[in-house]
Structure formats: C-alpha cells, structure tokens
Design a protein around this ligand. Structure first.
Ligand code: NCD
Length: 333
C-alpha cells in the first residue's frame, strides 16, 4: 500500500530533534523495530521497581485524540505518557467540538496552537494521521485509521511474541477471522513478515481481501489450517466497519460454528492472541480466551511499555543511541 507522508517544514521553523511520525509499519525497518522492542524491554524492567515514574519526558506534552471508541489503546497511551512524566490531554469525539461538526483540519489547528510534542490520533478515516501531520508541528502517532493501519498494536504483538516465545523469526502465525476490515491484520502482516515470521490468513472468502497474498502472506479458507501455526491470532468480527446490508457471513452463530477458535481446533501448546475487544463465543471460545496459552493479558501489558518506547523514540534523537540513552535514564532514575 502506497504511503503518503506529508511534512510541513515549509510552514514551521526547523525543530530539533527532526520531526518523525509513526503512521504505518511500512515506515519502519527491521532495525527500528529491534530498537523499539529493546527500549520497551528496558522500560519493562524499570516498571518492576517500586517507583514507576521516569523523568524522561518531563515538560513534553502528549495529546490523545480519539474519534473512535477505545479502551486499551487510549488508556495505555495515556498511562505511557504519564509514566514518562509527560503532560497529557485526552480528547474524545463525543463531548468535544467534533460533536458540533468541527472538521479534522480545524481540530488539528486548534490542538496545534498549544504546541503539543506528540499527537496520538485514532480516526475512522484512512489518512487522518497524515492530515493532522500537515496542520500541526507535532509528532504524529497513528492509533488506528479506518481499516488501514494500527502500528503500535503490531509492535506490542511482536513484543509479546518475542517475550513469550523467545523469537519472532521463523515462527508461523495464523491470523484468523475478519481480515477484510482489520487494520490490526494489515499492520501485523507487515510487521511479522518484516521480522521474518511466516503468516497465514485464515477465514471465509468474503472476509479475506482478494490479492492480499501480495503483502507476503499465505491464505487458507479452511479453519483446520490454524493447527499448523505456532501462534493463532484471532480477529474480532468488526461489524461497525461492515457496509450496511452486506452479508459477509450468514449469521454470527454460523460464523462461530464454522470459524470460531475452540479448544478442539487447537493443538496443545499453541499460543493464542487477540487485540481486544473480544466477542467471547463468536470468534473465540471463552475456554480458549481464559486458557494458560492465551497471551491476551500479556498483550495489554506489552501495550504500555511499547507505547512508552514509541513516545520516547519520537521525542529523542531517533535511531542513534536511543537504547543507550534509555539504559542511562533508567539507571539514573
Ligand atoms: C483493535 C482496533 O481498534 O483496531 N483494537 C485495539 O486497538 N485493541 C481491534 C478491534 O477493534 O477489533
């Protein structure tokens, strides 16, 4: 997928460090992912201490703007910023001027007037983060734009896999369910392939986009295909993104019967992941969701340290020396 990256240096005085955004996994190289995961690991160690707050981003401002519902992503960005001592502000579309019909451009200009260092944005429209990048001087983090990208979700998934299985390279991950409407699937296909994992998409033909193999994954229309994977990554049926009147599956009951991830469909020892929110009894059997091999809570925990790493990375001098600096900060705290 072609990425449009619009910078606005022509309208702003040059800033230090150079402005960078996290809009798509496609923006990252292998070494960027390794650096981010390494920084997240350092932060995880620092959180094991009694004093959970680090002074690292004192004086910085992080604004969270969420135009779609969110529990995990918005709470973990907010907590991540707070753990790094940044000032935070959260704006939701309900109860803000968005309710009154304010355009995204005007909201961006308004928020930009406070000169925030980072704007984290979730929006139902693809490309919304690029638009905000155009109208503010802040670093932009995409927290989900339509069915396009959700890069921090993919990073926290990589981190979880790495921590639980000790590696990513060479693993086989089956992503099962509503791939068609899933930004999580798109980001994960890119991220897992980048790090050398094999990805198989599993689901009913109407929910697997045609030609998606071009992203470097395999496709299977048989639920039994999940048995071959090391990790089974379950997606929610994203009904809010389905076109009205469209009939992707006959019914949720039928979907659960044919495609639900049940204990019988898994092999002992297979790890199960889900980005949340889960619909127990639809795409995932409650027994699977609560089993010891489910990494769903670990994913939430990883979300915090990975988002701390992303904020840190954007607000310090980029690739060079980030890991050393993180160690230094933690050691000094
Ligand atoms: C996902 C999202 O919003 O894209 N959830 C999340 O961020 N934890 C997946 C979903 O909504 O199904």
């Amino acid at each position: 997928m072609a990425e449009i990256r619009v910078m606005r240096e022509d309208l702003l005085p040059p800033r230090e460090p150079p402005r960078r955004h996290l809009i798509s996994i496609g923006d990252l190289e292998c070494q960027d992912v390794e650096r981010l995961l390494g920084t997240a690991r350092n932060f995880e160690r620092s959180l094991e201490r009694e004093l959970k707050k680090l002074p690292t981003l004192r004086g910085k401002t992080v604004v969270n703007v969420f135009y779609e519902s969110s529990t995990r992503t918005s709470s973990s960005f907010e907590l991540a910023a707070k753990r790094l001592s940044a000032d935070t502000m959260s704006i939701k579309s309900t109860g803000s001027s968005v309710d009154k019909g304010e355009s995204l451009k005007d909201t961006a200009l308004t928020l930009g007037a406070y000169d925030p260092d980072v704007i984290v944005i979730r929006h139902p429209q693809i490309g919304a983060p690029q638009l905000v990048a155009r109208y503010t001087g802040a670093h932009i983090v995409n927290a989900g734009d339509g069915k396009h990208q959700h890069p921090t979700q993919a990073l926290l998934d990589l981190y979880t896999i790495q921590e639980e299985l000790g590696r990513i390279e060479g693993l086989h991950v089956a992503i099962v369910g509503d791939v068609l409407h899933s930004r999580v699937a798109r980001s994960n296909i890119q991220a897992l392939s980048l790090m050398g994992a094999r990805v198989t998409l599993v689901g009913p033909p109407p929910l697997i986009p045609r030609g998606i193999e071009a992203m470097g994954c395999e496709v299977s229309y048989e639920i039994d295909a999940i048995k071959a994977a090391d990790v089974v990554y379950v997606l929610r049926m994203q009904q809010e993104r389905m076109a009205e009147g469209a009939n992707y599956v006959p019914s949720l009951r039928e979907y659960a019967a044919r495609w639900g991830v049940t204990p019988e469909r898994l092999r002992p020892g297979q790890k199960v992941m889900h980005p949340g929110p889960m619909n127990r009894g639809v795409e995932i059997d409650p027994v699977v969701a609560d089993a010891a091999d489910a990494l769903i809570e670990q994913q939430v925990r990883s979300g915090l340290v990975v988002r701390m790493a992303v904020l840190y990375d954007l607000l310090t001098h980029g690739p060079a020396g980030v890991q050393a600096a993180a160690l230094h900060e933690i050691g000094a705290a």
